[in-house]
Design a protein around this ligand. Structure first.
Ligand code: SAH
Ligand code: MG
Length: 209
């Protein structure tokens, strides 16, 4: 994010030192946490729509979930993570900030979670395995509140979606899936999607009225 603007966001960030440590940890350990500009955009959206409940798919170390509840104290998040190491790290971090009452981690594969144990959400944040984005969307969109929004991170995959020729087979197949997902969102009759060039790309999807 623009360094000049980042300074202002740093000054405003609650628990800034703690979040700086998480960002450093993520960098060293290659944990793909959300980019700062998308984070700030989502924090502002949460406050604009007065979100009270969120479902996050892909907790990792709890960085995004903790950042969200710190920017909106009455927000409660259910977040799903299948990797045990990540799950434990997230638990630790949540404890450090005393946010056990705001963030509930479900340690399971998001495609295997029993939907009926979940509630309705003002925001659904899709930020897990990219190859499964469409499956996550189809499974969890029914849990969205009437005026809720679905956010999808990493929809440009570092610019690779536009330039597919010079990539390895694996990356190309991943990129193709994201591209398919973006097209899928745009064809949905009951939803409108806005594609935002922020961080690694962010889709904002809402029901048509
Ligand atoms: N939201 C986090 C980053 C998540 S990284 C942040 O911005 O701070 C993506 C995470 O999704 C990884 O930890 C990975 O283990 C998890 N994940 C991937 N596929 C998943 C699935 N099907 N179910 C649950 N978790 C999944
Ligand atoms: Mg992401």
């Amino acid at each position: 994010m623009n360094l000049y603007l980042e300074k202002f966001n740093n000054e405003n960030e609650a628990n800034h030192e703690f979040f700086n440590e998480l960002r450093a940890y993520a960098e060293v350990n290659n944990v793909p946490i959300i980019k700062r500009d998308s984070l700030v955009l989502i924090q502002s959206l949460l406050n604009i729509i007065n979100a009270k409940t969120m479902l996050e798919i892909g907790t990792a170390i709890g960085y995004s979930a903790l950042s969200f509840v710190c920017s909106k104290e009455d927000l409660v998040i259910d977040t799903i993570e299948r990797n045990e190491e990540m799950y434990n790290e997230a638990l630790n971090n949540i404890k450090k900030l005393n946010k056990e009452n705001s963030i509930n981690i479900i340690f399971q594969d998001a495609l295997e979670v029993d939907n009926t144990i979940l509630k309705k959400y003002d925001v659904i944040f899709i930020d897990a395995a990219k190859a499964q984005y469409q499956k996550f969307f189809d499974k969890y969109a029914p849990l969205l509140n009437e005026n809720g929004i679905i956010l999808t991170d990493n929809i440009i995959f570092h610019g690779c979606v536009e330039e597919q020729e010079h990539l390895s087979k694996n990356v190309r197949s991943m990129v193709k899936k994201i591209d398919n997902y973006n097209h899928y969102l745009s064809t949905l009759e009951n939803y409108t999607t806005y594609y935002i060039d922020s961080g690694d790309g962010l889709a904002i999807t809402m029901r048509k009225k």
